[in-house]
Design a protein around this ligand. Sequence first.
Ligand SMILES: Cc1cc2nc3c(=O)[nH]c(=O)nc-3n(C[C@H](O)[C@H](O)[C@H](O)COP(=O)(O)OP(=O)(O)OC[C@H]3O[C@@H](n4cnc5c(N)ncnc54)[C@H](O)[C@@H]3O)c2cc1C
Length: 335
Amino acid sequence: MIPVKHRVAIVGAGVSGLTCGVVFAERGHRTAIFAKEIGQQTTSGAAAALWFPYDVEPANKVIPWALETFRTLIDLAGSAESGVSIIELRQFSRTGAIQIPDWALPLGGRSLPSSIMSSQVETSLDQKSVEFAGGFVLNVPLMDTTIYLGYLANRFLKADGQIIENVCFEKLEDVDPKFDLVINCAGIGARELAHDADLESHRGQVAIVPRIKDLPYAVVCDDAPLMYAIPRRNDCVFGGTNDLNDDLGVDSETTARIVAECSRALKIEKPNLLAERVGLRPFRKSGVRVERAHLRDGRTLVHNYGHGGSGFTLSWGCAEEVFDLATGSAGQRAR
Ligand SMILES: Cc1cc2nc3c(=O)[nH]c(=O)nc-3n(C[C@H](O)[C@H](O)[C@H](O)COP(=O)(O)OP(=O)(O)OC[C@H]3O[C@@H](n4cnc5c(N)ncnc54)[C@H](O)[C@@H]3O)c2cc1C
């Protein structure tokens, strides 16, 4: 049987839309991406983009998607042009010992030696002490968004994909009828496009600072105040925040607080500020929506949104499931 080739329209050019674009275009489907903003201007462009399941539901679906993505990213890390590398993640808690998640054990997750814990907690006398009470370490993929989003877009274009920006749809039926398949990767924009009141905007702000000497690993502490320092090829991302808020404007007091907290935890002088970024994590209370549906005009629609704080972490696993749902090839893929 000759497989059906679709004309595919993807709405959204963040990590979800670009990854789906690569999957469809490289398998021979004529694919176009339509988006209000692309790459760096999207929430994806503001992300720290470390592989780690965070602020997303439900665990029973998220972990398999995350593990599938992990495997793909490990392969991509072999090519320098992708902007993917493998980094040691040191995950800390201020409140007590952290249990290493079950899924992290086969990936090599291990407790942090107490020598590392103590070197992270010492602070100078005039500052409030930062106490990390527990932690574990795990090697994970890191996507440098300044390279990775461009890499995905180039791969898509090389496979004859088309990107059309500055297009803002009021409804999904507005996608040109010549496309028989529509994929909704609109991030927080899906709240209006899919009339989904379940989507919440979990606002995140980060500060970009120069590379920090002697920081070859990522430091993350998820309990309040959320704190992370993630070294990339040419700079370092300091975070962060996670508030129920739609405001895309930068708050300079928040930046100052982030830089102070990270500098204190790393025991360094406050670095210069290169840039500040804000993004709206598309958190969906009932869980990530990867689901086949129909437009009012009968065309097939596949939703792929609601990835919260894990859009990069789930990107390839979700894109593969979208492909299966769209083409009816579920079950054919080796997992
Ligand atoms: C500060 C911060 C740190 C983060 N860190 C990480 C991390 O370390 N690891 C991780 O995995 N995730 C992280 N995330 C989460 C991750 O960034 C998101 O889950 C991810 O970017 C969502 O990608 P997306 O492509 O679904 O949506 P977006 O990147 O928001 O893209 C949506 C696209 O849809 C388009 N669009 C929306 N509405 C319309 C419309 N009506 N018409 C046309 N186009 C439309 C937009 O223009 C855009 O192109 C972080 C997020 C933030 C804010």
